[in-house]
Write a protein that binds this ligand. Structure first.
Ligand code: F6P
Length: 549
């Protein structure tokens, strides 16, 4: 048994789980009329209703005991204090410094990082304002109309998700595109629509070694040079965001046009840094700082609120309750907001790359579940697709529902219909429909006897599916910043209790190594025999298929 599963807090929860496992939430609601007041809290413009969870006040207090036993408050201090908590890479995890709007001193090894953070923010402001005003001229002296961000993973998902979410704040004069996939289809289809004279590329890569990003950047550079641009004008059309200035310079990007990020910014936590340049360009620097302000307010809440009133702590504990004690394997993230359609994809990296770990920070194998498989689609689309399985599929699938009270698009009854569906689904998932209720309904519809009995099991809803309801006043930059920070900290809470390093990602390396070998093999005519028979077979089949064409 591991240190965690042997701990008194864990053991107490395991015993408690036995008493809770068969309790129906609809009974808890009947017994506790004030369950909403008891299990909800508001931070700024975000309301979290966690009353539709399989918990009692005892569950919550046992979960909070576990957090204390795991020294969570100390871990929060270690993170915000700039300690090198990412031990396998010897780095701090200081994304909170990127949005430290109070400018309080945050140091790594005794050195305040804030002057450097503020200097890059000032450069981002100057650059984004020049481009947005039209003062930044392309080689034909016209304004920039299109930005193409080339980057992948953390250098893509966060900025893209935010640009989509903040579309209502976008400018009609500037379009932002994202190219991440090494599949040539994406860059080809993007460039097809663009004019090199009015296009600005941002090559975003913390390491500036990522295969996909460099391939796309090279293709973009060739397209630019072959379609009117020249080496002298490259600097007006290519900028970089990186921790590796030398590699960006070797690629041909003017060091004056390179925006720095630091090793203590994890890729998936980087949208607040210069990686957020496409956001500042899309919605303006002022809106970008509102995003930072929102995240900062959630950071301050996380840092200072007592654990029992701490939104990221409570959400983290609830996720852990289902994953580690009920055996739930996934988390559905269901934004009832079309502009948040990339939020589940962003969270997949944030959660699964952070906490998809099988050993503790000390290298001990874990004997409990860590990161859930995160998935989801915007509501109401999911209702007409996979919700069947949520209601009757027999698997425990905790879900986060997210929506804004106020819409940017108040058309007719759309927003009320959207919210009605959100609330109806969480109610249905919680309550279910009992045999007695189904029977009464069928009888009222005139059915009886065998016909009724045959249909009845199909119309039963077991319910008891846990959901969090996250209600935002309005999806504006500040609220979005706070929402993202909420999930970042939630994931941190879980990682610290699971005793893992949430800030490294060694699991992405093996595939990269093998792909380098296979790329070289694909480019030779000879059949390959150095792998297992499946991999050999696939490589050789490609060669044969191409020969045959
Ligand atoms: O391969 C995984 C990863 O390293 C992610 O952690 C990161 O966000 C992404 O690749 C992109 O890395 P980079 O910004 O260095 O190109």
């Amino acid at each position: 048994m591991s240190v965690l599963t042997q701990s008194p807090g864990w053991q107490a929860l395991q015993a408690h789980h036995k008493t809770i496992a068969r309790v129906q939430m609809r009974d808890l609601f009947a017994q506790e009329p004030n369950r909403f007041e008891r299990f909800s809290l508001q931070v700024g413009d975000i309301l979290l209703d966690y009353s539709k969870n399989r918990i009692t006040t005892k569950t919550r207090s046992l979960l909070l005991d576990l957090a204390r036993e795991a020294d969570l408050p100390d871990w929060i201090e270690h993170m915000v204090g700039g300690e090198r908590i990412n031990t396998t890479e010897g780095r701090a995890a200081l994304h909170i410094a990127l949005r430290n709007r109070s400018n309080r001193l945050i140091a790594v090894d005794g050195q305040d990082v804030m002057p450097a953070v503020n200097a890059v923010l000032s450069r981002m402001q100057a650059f984004s304002e020049t481009v947005r005003s039209g003062a930044w001229a392309g080689y034909a002296q016209g304004r920039i109309t299109d930005i193409v961000n080339i980057g992948i993973g953390g250098s893509h998902l966060g900025p893209e998700m935010v640009c989509e979410a903040l579309k209502p704040y976008g400018s009609a004069e500037l379009s932002v595109h994202f190219v991440s996939n090494v599949d040539g289809a994406q860059i080809a289809q993007t460039l097809q629509r663009l004019n090199p004279a009015s296009t600005l590329f941002i090559i975003t890569s913390k390491t500036f070694t990522t295969q996909e990003t460099l391939a796309n950047a090279r293709t973009a550079r060739s397209w630019f040079l072959e379609n009117g641009g020249d080496m002298a004008s490259l600097a007006q059309h290519f900028v970089a965001v990186t921790n590796n200035k030398d590699a960006a310079a070797a690629f041909g990007i003017d060091p004056q046009r390179t925006f720095e990020i630091w090793d203590w910014v994890g890729g998936r936590y980087s949208l607040w840094s210069a990686v957020g340049l496409p956001i500042a360009l899309a919605v303006g620097f002022e809106r970008f700082t509102e995003l930072l302000d929102g995240a900062h307010s959630m950071d301050e809440h996380f840092r200072t609120a007592p654990l029992h009133e701490n939104m990221p702590v409570l959400m983290g504990l609830l996720g852990l309750w289902y994953g580690s004690f009920f055996g739930a394997e996934t988390l559905a993230v269901l934004p009832y907001d079309q502009t948040l359609h990339r939020f589940p994809a962003f969270l997949q990296q944030l959660d699964m790359e952070s906490n998809g770990k099988r050993v503790t920070r000390d290298g001990e194998a874990v004997d409990y579940a860590t990161a859930p498989v995160v998935w989801g689609e915007p509501g109401t689309n999911g209702q007409h697709a996979f919700f069947q399985a949520l209601h009757q599929g027999g698997k425990l699938i905790p879900a986060d529902f997210i929506a804004a009270a106020e819409s940017h698009y108040p058309i007719d009854r759309h927003h009320d219909m959207l919210l009605a569906n959100f609330f109806a689904q969480t109610e249905a998932l919680m309550r279910g429909k009992t045999a007695a209720e189904v029977r009464a309904e069928l009888q009222a519809g005139g059915l009886s006897g065998d016909a009724l009995e045959r249909l009845l099991p199909h119309k039963l809803f077991p319910g008891n599916q846990p959901t969090n309801s996250i209600l935002l006043r309005k999806l504006d930059p500040g609220t979005l910043g706070a929402l993202i920070a909420l999930y970042e900290h939630k994931i941190f809470v879980q990682g610290m209790i699971w005793r893992i390093n949430s800030f490294d990602q060694w699991g992405v390396e093996l595939g990269k190594q093998l792909a380098t070998v296979i790329l070289a093999e694909l480019e030779t005519p000879d059949p390959v025999s150095s792998h297992d028979s499946s991999t050999n077979g696939l490589i050789n089949a490609v060669k044969e298929m191409r020969d045959g064409s």
